[in-house]
Write a protein that binds this ligand. Structure first.
Ligand SMILES: [Zn+2]
Ligand SMILES: [Zn+2]
Length: 348
């Protein structure tokens, strides 16, 4: 086996490549040869500022949580997977005992250990051990890159469920970054009749259009009222709004464009305290629902991809080897392309 190279973050802008011991899988775990890892907004935040939301890197931590790989060794008690199988790794391991876990809301478990959330090491490495029941078998024909994209796609699936998108829904997506674009694909697959999407970059909107957006709005320079009028004139008031940009103006625009009884889901992370039009929320009986990761979405996301209902081709625009993780983070930080992937083994 090759050395277990890992991309370890010490503090903001201090990422080091280190060799770590190859982990031994516990009884319920499998040892995975990591193949592809997508870079997520949280990885960029940790690298750039050493912190995201309420989490701060205090001790060296391996980055990465959007990974897929090949099973190369089974723990004693594992019967659900076989050596050689391809898997997508669901990166959060909950306690399975608390009342939230027992209700299936394990994303909210207070004891959850989530990859690359301090102090838990992530998957931007070559060999990684993970509980078998949080590994999802990929069809042999599915690429490892698609396997890695199952993680952000699960966020989109969960968001669409929380937003109650269904047949004939009208949907507004605020922010056309990777997660916003995946929300677009999932909303389409769920039967949405019309989907509008906003962003501050025309290139992202052009891509959204190619992916099937019915209406795109470049959110530069329009006042809130004009932007809302344009959206309503083109797709009407919407049942569901997905805030995927973290921008306060997007939250405000979502509230303005929602129908009575509409639902806004907050997917993006922005300023913690913002000012919102409460009389609109009250008069229209709007619901604002938070999105924290996902629960019970991995298999659905995988099935959407393997059935062809969600097409991920062209999502990966940049590729780097593990040795160039820092360059990959820089490229992602600069907003290049759609999704940036790191391969743990140069040869694949
Ligand atoms: Zn992610
Ligand atoms: Zn729990």
């Amino acid at each position: 086996m090759e050395e277990n190279l890992a991309a370890v973050l010490y503090k903001a802008h201090d990422l080091r490549l280190e060799t770590r011991p190859i982990p031994e899988p516990l009884d319920n775990e499998v040892l995975i040869q990591i193949q592809s890892t997508g870079i997520c907004g949280s990885d960029i935040h940790y690298w750039d500022r050493g912190t995201t939301g309420r989490f701060t890197v205090k001790d060296p931590m391996v980055l990465g949580h959007e990974s897929s790989g090949k099973v190369i060794k089974l723990g004693q008690k594992v019967t659900s997977l076989a050596v050689g199988e391809k898997v997508a790794i669901e990166p959060g391991i909950p306690c399975k005992l608390c009342h939230l876990c027992r209700r299936g809301r394990y994303n909210l478990c207070e004891e959850v250990r989530f990859c690359a959330t301090p102090p838990v090491d992530g998957t931007l490495t070559r060999y990684y051990s993970h509980p078998a029941n949080f590994c999802f078998k990929l069809p042999q024909s599915m690429s490892y890159e698609y396997g890695a994209l199952i993680e952000p796609l699960s966020v989109a699936v969960y968001s669409a469920e929380r937003a109650e998108v269904g047949l004939g829904s009208k949907v507004l997506i605020l922010g056309a970054g990777p997660v916003g674009l995946l929300c677009l694909l999932v909303a389409k697959a769920a039967g949405a009749a019309s989907i509008g999407i906003t962003d501050i970059l025309q290139s992202r909107l052009d891509f959204a259009k190619e992916l099937g957006a019915d209406y795109t709005l470049l959110a530069n320079g329009h006042g809130l009222v004009t932007a809302a009028d344009l959206i309503k004139a083109n797709i009407g008031e919407v049942n569901a709004a997905f805030e995927c940009s973290g921008a306060t103006s997007s939250l405000q625009l979502g509230i303005k464009c929602l129908k009575r009884r509409g639902i806004l889901v907050t997917v993006g992370r922005g300023t913690p305290e913002v000012s919102l039009n409460v009389s609109q929320i009250l008069q229209k009986e709007l619901e604002i629902r938070g999105i924290f990761r996902y629960a019970n979405c991995y298999q659905k996301a995988l099935d959407l991809v393997s059935s062809g209902k969600v097409d991920l081709s062209r999502f990966v625009t940049h590729r780097f080897p593990l040795e160039e993780s820092e360059q990959a983070l820089k490229a992602a930080h600069d907003g290049n392309g759609v999704k940036i992937m790191i391969s743990s083994f140069n040869k694949n």
